[in-house]
Design a protein around this ligand. Sequence first.
Ligand code: NAP
Length: 287
Amino acid sequence: MPTLPNSCRVALITGASSGFGLLTTVTLARRGWHVLATMRDISRREKLEAAAQAAGVLDRIEFLALDVTKAEQIAELSASIAARPSRLDAVINNAGFAMAGLADDVSDAELRQQFETNFYGAAAVTRAFLPQLRRQGSGHVVFLSSISGRMGFPGVGSYSASKFALEGWAETLRFEMKPLGIQVVLVEPGAFETDIWTRNANISAGTLNPNSPNAARIAKWRVRMESTKPKANPQTVADGIAHILDNPRPKLRYVFGTDAKMGLLLRSLLPWSFLERFLIKASGISG
Ligand SMILES: NC(=O)c1ccc[n+]([C@@H]2O[C@H](COP(=O)([O-])OP(=O)(O)OC[C@H]3O[C@@H](n4cnc5c(N)ncnc54)[C@H](OP(=O)(O)O)[C@@H]3O)[C@@H](O)[C@H]2O)c1
């Protein structure tokens, strides 16, 4: 561990090997932060290492192993970070994935797996580092939620449920931690171009089964999904997180992406009957 000057802010981030996690790590390091970049498979550090090298900030990044579903690993890491003389200014719960599939094709095990990472993992990491933030009487806790944490979309019910759970937990945590000087923030992106749509795309086994009662609907749904691949630049979200961390009194929720902003606006303006007809048609699941 390098010796850090007292003025150096320290952030811990989960899922730093790709997507928002990787970009946020480099963005914060460029702004002078020391970043504890955690990832479940440390051998996947090359992409971040190369990006940090190119940005000239490799010396501000530590690569640490952390699978957010592994309680022992979380406990060991939080104990070792707490034993350091340096402070911890931010915990960014970014690790996550999306399980795709219509509700009756997703198994209990798959649904639990979705919650293990997106909800229980984020909650466990947060709880492990809260004692340190409480002792300091300061710090930001950021949760990567989603527009899917505010509204449901056909075909991603498991993902949406895990993000709704995260929203409820974080909203409550915000009330509880505010008097202690700890800022809790939800980041809600729309669709951005990261590995969540490609390498990490996770489709339930039941959905891939040609005998699924939904087979014909799923075939159309997949065509629609594949033809609407996101184009938005994920750097927008990384920059947004950096601004949130600079704000001593951030809001509870930050929405990123035109699609997410438009979705929430339409949801607030349109009658539900119209919105559901639109989403059923647009997703291709009308049968
Ligand atoms: N991109 C979007 O359109 C979008 C929209 C809304 C919200 N989000 C949210 O943004 C967050 C980051 O996703 P992303 O879009 O940047 O996708 P990504 O490129 O697939 O990154 C996800 C990261 O999470 C890591 N991860 C998955 N399971 C983990 C576990 N059990 N322990 C530790 N790390 C784990 C992955 O590690 P590996 O490299 O080992 O796979 C990867 O580094 C997620 O919470 C996601 O739900 C994304």
